[in-house]
Every structure is written in C-alpha cells, then in structure tokens.
Design a protein around this ligand. Structure first.
Ligand code: NDP
Length: 288
C-alpha cells in the first residue's frame, strides 16, 4: 500500500489564504504588518530565499523592507541597524537571513533582534522559552519557522501526536532541536539522532513519527521506516538530477503511511510560518 503524500503546497496555501484575510481585517483597523528582511552580502542562495520571502509577503499584504548591508559590514554597525529596526513602529518582524558572513558572530547578532519582533524565533529568550515549555500553551510567541511548519504538516494528516514515538534525525538549532521540543510539548516520546548515532535504522524503525533533517541525500531507506509511519522530510539537497530530500522517496512511499515530497513538502511551510509570525507580531503590537 502506498503512502499518502502530504501536499505541503496545499497546506501552505490554505494557511496563507487565512492570513491574507487576517491582514485585510488588520488593514481596516489601520494596521499593516511590516517585515524587515536583513540580507548581509550577496550570497546567491540567500538572495533567492529572501526574494521568495518578500514575494510571499507581498501576496498577502505584508509590507517588506529590504535591508542590504555589504558583506564586510562591521558587527557593531549591523547591530546598530537592527536596533533601529527594533525602534521602528512600522516594522513588526525582523528576519536576519542566515548564514551570516564568517566575521560576524551569529548568536551575538541575533541577540539584538527584539524578542517581540523575532519572527524567526532565534532570539535566546524565545529559544529558552521553547526549552522550558512543558505544554503547548507555554510555548513562546515565536518558534522557529521550519519546525513550526513540520508540526502543521503532521497535524494535517489527522494523526494524533500525543503518546507517539517520535524520532528526529538531526540536532541543529534551526531544525532538529526545536522540532524535538515542539514534539515534546505535544506529548510525544522523543528520540534524537545525529551523526554519532549507532545503528540509525534500529532507532528510526521505532518511529510512529519520523522527522529527518540531516542534509544527507536519501539517508533514510525504506527498511529504516516503520510501516504506516508519518515521515516528514526536511532535507533539501541539490544534486545534478535536481532537488532530493533526506528520505529515499521511492522506497519510503511503499512503507510509510504519510510522506512529504521534496520539493513541495516542508519548504512551502517555512515561509508560511514566517508570514504567520509576522501577522501575529503586528496584531499584538497593535494590542489587538
Ligand atoms: P545541519 O547541517 O545544521 O545539521 C544536520 C544534522 O544532521 C546534524 O545534527 C548532524 O549531526 C545530523 N547528521 C548528519 N549526517 C547524519 C547521519 N549520517 N546520520 C544521522 N544524523 C546525521 O543542517 P540543518 O538542520 O540546518 O538542515 C538539515 C537539512 O534540512 C538540510 O538539507 C537543509 O537544507 C534542510 N533545511 C530545509 C529547510 C526547509 O525549509 N525545507 C529549512 C532548513 C533546513 P551532528 O550534529 O552530529 O553533526
């Protein structure tokens, strides 16, 4: 029996439609959500990502303001620009596109985004709240976008998360760790794997819910998946043949119950959650 394919584009489109309506409601109250997109330097991949984010903002009525410091900007100057955005009442969300050039200390820079405008959820205060939340309603206002999108995709299947065995492959601060914290807050039993995990397949085969964010093309083979599992493939690997995920799609679809494709799975959700966070920031800044 083939897995049901989770259509990330469709889930994203329905959330974006709701957000568009919310933005129209806010406009009637004189509030236009504003997102600052800070892109340091001219990394081509980052330029593509930021353009996609700005386009998505425009489509639902969020104003985006591009900030484009040169690659060699001194750290204090970048921080001064962030502080200025923190004070700007027309800006509700601040996105610092990562990775930053090597001479900049990412953790230090991100500390200077106001936690109230931290729509990527990377400020240490928001990450700390994520770590300390035992229950879903204790989560910070902003959680990182890709992990938030992963949970929405699992929810779109109708499969209950509470009480399930969940396995997360990858422990980055951008994806793996926050995903694990969110699954814990939804009462799953969570196991994390990484590059030193011995016998990865033995662990992943136990997973009712398997989230893979390793950046290794087709790492997860069919025999590493529990029959009927929900499999969320976060990986994006650019090979000559095109984009492939961290899960061997052709094999996984014969075993899994639900499976995200790459592209068209997690990708569209990441930007959607950024939009959702920006709209929320604007609504709350206006006290609505
Ligand atoms: P990182 O490189 O920061 O982290 C990768 C993680 O995977 C590390 O924890 C690493 O372990 C682990 N890992 C690597 N190889 C193996 C292995 N053979 N077995 C088990 N674990 C392994 O990557 P990110 O978390 O930033 O991204 C992961 C993937 O998700 C990438 O393909 C990225 O492009 C994609 N991505 C997609 C997004 C989207 O919107 N669709 C957004 C963000 C990322 P260790 O810690 O031991 O090194």
């Amino acid at each position: 029996m083939g897995a049901k394919i989770i259509d990330g584009k469709q889930v994203a489109a329905s959330i974006r439609q709701r957000l568009k309506e919310e933005v129209a409601e806010l406009a009637k109250k004189g509030v236009t959500p504003g997102l600052a997109t800070v892109l340091v330097g001219e990394d081509p991949a980052s330029q593509v990502y930021v353009r996609m984010k700005e386009k998505a903002c425009g489509e639902i009525g969020i104003i985006s303001k591009g900030i484009r410091p040169p690659a060699d900007i001194p750290q204090e100057e970048l921080i001064a620009q962030l502080e200025e955005l923190n004070r700007d009442p027309a800006i509700h969300g601040i996105l610092v596109q990562l990775p930053l050039p090597k001479h900049l200390n990412t953790a230090e820079v991100l500390k200077h985004v106001s936690p109230e405008k931290d729509v990527d959820g990377f400020h240490p205060l928001n990450l700390g709240k994520l770590l300390s939340a035992k229950y879903w309603d204790e989560l910070p206002k902003f959680v990182p976008c890709t992990p938030a999108g992963v949970i929405k995709l699992i929810d779109s299947t109708g499969v209950e998360i509470e009480g399930k065995q969940a396995v997360v492959v990858g422990r980055s601060i951008i994806v793996g760790k926050p995903v694990a914290m969110l699954l814990l807050a939804r009462q799953a039993t969570v196991t994390m794997c990484h590059s030193r995990t011995k016998d990865l397949g033995a662990v992943t085969r136990e997973a009712d819910i398997l989230v893979v964010a390793a950046g290794v093309p087709r790492l997860i083979k069919g025999e590493m998946i529990k029959p009927g599992a929900v499999v969320i493939d976060v990986g994006v690997n650019r090979l000559e043949e095109g984009l492939v995920g961290d899960v061997d799609f052709d094999q996984a679809k014969e075993v899994a119950g639900y499976l995200t494709p790459v592209p068209g799975g997690v990708g569209p959700m990441t930007i959607t959650m950024l939009l959702a966070n920006t709209v929320r920031a604007a609504r709350e800044a206006a006290g609505l």
